[in-house]
Design a protein around this ligand. Structure first.
Ligand code: SF4
Length: 385
């Protein structure tokens, strides 16, 4: 492992959109046009109107010089804005700005830009690059395994609604393995501008297809990293590519026949882990079944606590970007720390805004700003900046 390597949070390292090409300038023109509509503007708080101004100034800027904190639209942002009606576009831009730029300018406001809610920590796979291979984590006796109750899920959603717009249902486990997932999905309907669900698709039966398609999910991400059965099974241990393919094909058919007006992006996203994986093969396999295919960079999640120290002093962007609430209500700044050594409290004691601005979270941020991440486990051996 290269000790000088750092891992920057970005959408993907390779990607393709089969549906449309990404059209940045048209999207910017659309945003500017909508921002002139007083009704849409007045839906934003004064603080968010100011963020929108910053975003539009950057989007309008002709300055070609690369400024670290200049807001631009990533390809994913363009495709996500594309499926939104005008009424949600300005809000999307504000929250995208908070998600992209606040981790650079080290700003926080009341709520995390991005919230990940974990329906379950249990997974039916043992992928080679995942912490689910750590038996000290998966051993039931150690207390890390469990399902969120529907009641807790509802409380978190109620607190997030209208405050956090970027939400993903997934973290350490396979969300579709949670027994209450259909009810949970139903509770998210019409509540968030950008709701994602990540799944390995192995448990995606007909019922779950309907639950997803009638929920508030706008982007459905299928985790898969290989285009042939042998390599897939080697990486996604316990997984079978033919089952996943059949399930995704069924999902597509149900969506086309019974939910033809539903605006939802589907993406296959794989972890680029080995040289054997080939992006062209992935494109060929998934074209026609999903809208997008991407590879994301591998970050060694599977041994967060055993890796040797690195020399990285740069603060971790995740501390200003996202917060996780796990199945038992624990709040955590990241899933690299999958055993929650950095936990900043629980949702049972504090609300989302209190957790995000808590003393313990701020102390962790301060340590990173003071270049002291080397004193913290597991930050001292993590590559994320
Ligand atoms: S372990 Fe520390 S440095 Fe790594 S992602 Fe988590 S908070 Fe950031």
């Amino acid at each position: 492992m290269d000790l000088n390597k750092t891992y920057k949070k970005k959408d993907s390292i390779s990607e393709i959109n089969f549906k449309d090409s990404y059209h940045e300038s048209e999207t910017i023109q659309r945003i500017i046009k909508i921002s002139k509509n007083k009704k849409f503007l007045s839906d934003l708080s004064i603080a968010h109107q100011n963020i929108l101004k910053r975003a539009i100034t950057d989007l309008n800027s002709k300055d070609k010089k690369k400024k670290k904190d200049k807001f631009t639209l990533t390809n994913y942002a363009i495709s996500e804005i594309d499926i939104l009606p005008d009424i949600f576009v300005l809000k999307y831009v504000v929250h995208r700005y908070r998600y992209e730029i606040f981790p650079i300018t080290k700003e926080i406001d009341e709520f995390p830009p991005y919230l990940q809610i974990e329906p379950t920590s249990i997974c039916n796979y043992r992928c080679v690059f995942c912490f689910e291979t750590d038996t000290t984590f998966t051993n039931k006796k150690n207390g890390f395994m469990g399902n969120m109750t529907h009641d807790l899920f509802k409380k978190i959603i109620d607190d997030a609604e209208g405050n956090v717009e970027f939400v993903t249902l997934a973290s350490r486990g396979e969300p579709l393995a949670c027994k209450d997932i259909n009810q949970m999905l139903s509770y998210t309907n019409d509540k968030f501008i950008s709701l994602k669900l990540n799944t390995n698709a192995s448990l995606l039966n007909e019922d779950k297809c309907h639950a997803i398609l009638s929920s508030g999910v706008r982007t459905l991400i299928f985790s898969a990293d290989a285009a042939d059965e042998k390599l897939y099974a080697k990486l996604r241990v316990n997984g079978k590519l033919d089952i996943v393919l059949k399930n995704i094909e069924r999902f597509k058919n149900i969506k086309e026949k019974q939910y033809s007006n539903k605006k939802m992006i589907t993406r296959v996203s794989g972890v680029k882990f080995s040289k054997e994986q080939n992006f062209d093969d992935m494109k060929n396999l998934w074209q026609g079944l999903v809208d997008q295919v991407a590879f994301v960079e591998y970050n060694p999640w599977e041994n967060s606590y055993d890796k040797s120290h690195n020399e990285i002093a740069e603060p971790c962007s995740d501390l200003w970007r996202r917060m996780f609430i796990w199945w038992d209500g624990k709040a955590n700044p990241c899933d690299v720390d999958y055993k929650s050594m950095l936990s900043t409290g629980t949702f049972h004691e504090k609300k989302l805004s209190e957790l995000w601005q808590s003393e313990s979270y701020n102390t962790l941020r301060e340590s990173h700003l003071n270049q002291e991440r080397q004193k913290i486990t597991p930050c001292k051996s993590c590559y994320l900046v």
